[in-house]
Design a protein around this ligand. Sequence first.
Ligand code: ZN
Ligand code: ZN
Length: 279
Amino acid sequence: MVKNLPLKKLSHAGLTIEGYSRAAVQTYWRIPELKLGFDLGAQPWDFMGTPNWFISHTHMDHIAALPVYLARRRMMKMEPPTIYLPGLAIGPLNDMLNAFTRLDRGKLPCKFVAVQPGDEIELNREYVVQVGKSEHTVPALSFLVWHRKNKLKEQFQGIDGQTIRDLRQDGIEVSAEQRVPILGYTGDTTVAGLDNMPELYQAKILITEMTFVAANHSKEKIKKNGHMHLSDFIERQDRFENEVVIAAHFSTRYSDSFIRRTVEKALPGLFDGRLHLWL
Ligand SMILES: [Zn+2]
Ligand SMILES: [Zn+2]
């Protein structure tokens, strides 16, 4: 294992969240169990095996490691990965990759898939990713992973297996799809990114941003820069139904201890221990 970048981990509900995110520095997350990652601001060496990436937006601290990631996968003879992202980004990113191919003399194969708010991507039979709209200074997306399974409809529960099979043979729909939101990611956004897709407040795990925490930051300016402030979390504290809320992407102007002190004072108990400051 090569250690080349900072990384923090948290395990919950059968998922491992690995990542790091500081504003203007770099942002990268991955969930090995789901074989997917969010944003490519940098690329820890061990992340290269993850084949599906969802890009929230194309600020440098969220996309700069794309060529590095593609080159490593090609070198290791892995399949070209699939990158889901705002469609507007594909042209400029292809130009960038072509420039790197000329500089590096190596191909950088990948499959870009343009996605927009409202889209649903089937990862496999069990998992679907819903795309939402974040509010930032460039086009920005949020992502919500749903776990789905077929469950017997209520009126058929408790009936023996043979009867169920007979009903199925008669063409009767005995089961219905049931969906549970398991993981949300907002990328960089004003609080509208959360409000636009209220299911994000219900995801078992929510990864989001809290770029600003100091009381003296003007709300208007923060909104104009497309970010969230601690006060957004205070105002909406009753809405977060998540089992885990990861707050990340803190501004580099604050020390870790200042962030901890300020947030703990404003939100004593940190949502009964559900709010994790990613520091
Ligand atoms: Zn950012
Ligand atoms: Zn950004």
